[in-house]
Design a protein around this ligand. Sequence first.
Ligand code: IFM
Length: 463
Amino acid sequence: MNLVPRPVPHLPRSFRWGVATAAYQIEGAAAEDGRTPSIWDTYSHTPGNTAGGDTGDTACDHYHRMPEDVALIKGLGVDTYRFSLSWSRLQPHGRGPANPKGVAFYDRLVDELLASGVTPWVTLYHWDLPQELEDAGGWPARDTAYRFADYAALAHDALGDRVAHWTTLNEPWCSAMLGYAYGDQAPGRRDFPAAVRAVHHLLLGHGLAAERVREAAHTRDHPLELGITLNLGTATPEHDTPEDRDACRRADGLGRRVYLDPLVKGVYPQDVVADLAAHHGAELPVRDGDLETISAPLDVLGVNFYRGTLFSGRTEDGALQDERGRPVTRAVERDLPRTAMDWEITPTALTDLLLSLQKEYGVPTVITENGAAFEDTVGADGEVHDADRTAYLADHIDAVAEARAQGADVRGYFAWSLLDNFEWSYGYAKRFGIVRVDYDTQLRTLKDSAKWYRDTIRLTREA
Ligand code: IFM
């Protein structure tokens, strides 16, 4: 049984409603019109890296179906569409001049959105580093930060006359840790110290890119709202013991503070720096002036929220150290409902997160991603009755409203995702869309959650 849409309290008229996607997850046309391979092309084409050997070669074929997709977005009544640019489509090989055909595609997308009354919100980097830059060292190499700044300037040069909302990076934790430490995502390296260098160079790339984009917007008198998007959760101790609290400190340190402290306060957290050296032999390669660059004021902080986590400082057997002699930071499974990703559903953690961000950092926030994968089925009526996803969205939107009511300056909510799409290492098996994609025919079907979202937005605006 699906939920009845109703107005959400505490969300003002100015509250931004949106849907989000990312280039490699939807565009397809991987080798068309001058686009060169990114690390995700290489990684997904390497056997064993993705479920079913899936790749983004075709994905949702958005590159060819963009007008149809913009019509869907318009039909949902959202005011904002967050999408990312494919670096190697816009600037093949990751350096040199812009690719006119790549620019033309994003030009058409932006114009189509504006003509439909939808505000474009551009993410410059959603994980798809041009392969040549990885070959030259990738994010663990300092030069990549400078290449990223050049690309940001080139992208702003092409679109900045019409696009005011710019996000530099999406989820640098994933780029650094999943990509370089754990090997679960492209480029698939397993080198912790390299991942820590990547953390710093991603942040430096953010700062350098922000500088270039601000300068260009200022010189040309273009409006600008600039930020970065982090994937953030909450870390709660299983028991109120020193070791569980310390496990939370470590999880929060590597998951949140190592990004937010330099971005907002201009310093790396000393406890994290000490832990990295003591337990991982790793160091953040900071040079003079880097932290000033990284900490230039943000207009907005993008928050991608999926779940909160309970932590213990002991192994299941009660030990305080793991087999390598490091202190234990163990996520404790709870008896909670889960999504198809096996992620616990914890909406009140989103309220807690937004309130703690407000208190500790004070930057206005927008939820740039929130949503869930479930095992959707198409009913005999041809529809997708995804009551589980609708409930997930409803509970998390309520959690945002509650945070606002308690004083958090949260200004928008973007559902992840507009379309079912290429869920990275999980391939097409996990469906996050509020719109179903039939990958054989590319038919798009609004799920019940999309209709609920559309009606909730309308009713909330009218209230
Ligand atoms: O699909 C991803 C997205 O690319 C980044 N944030 C999390 C989503 C769900 O895993």
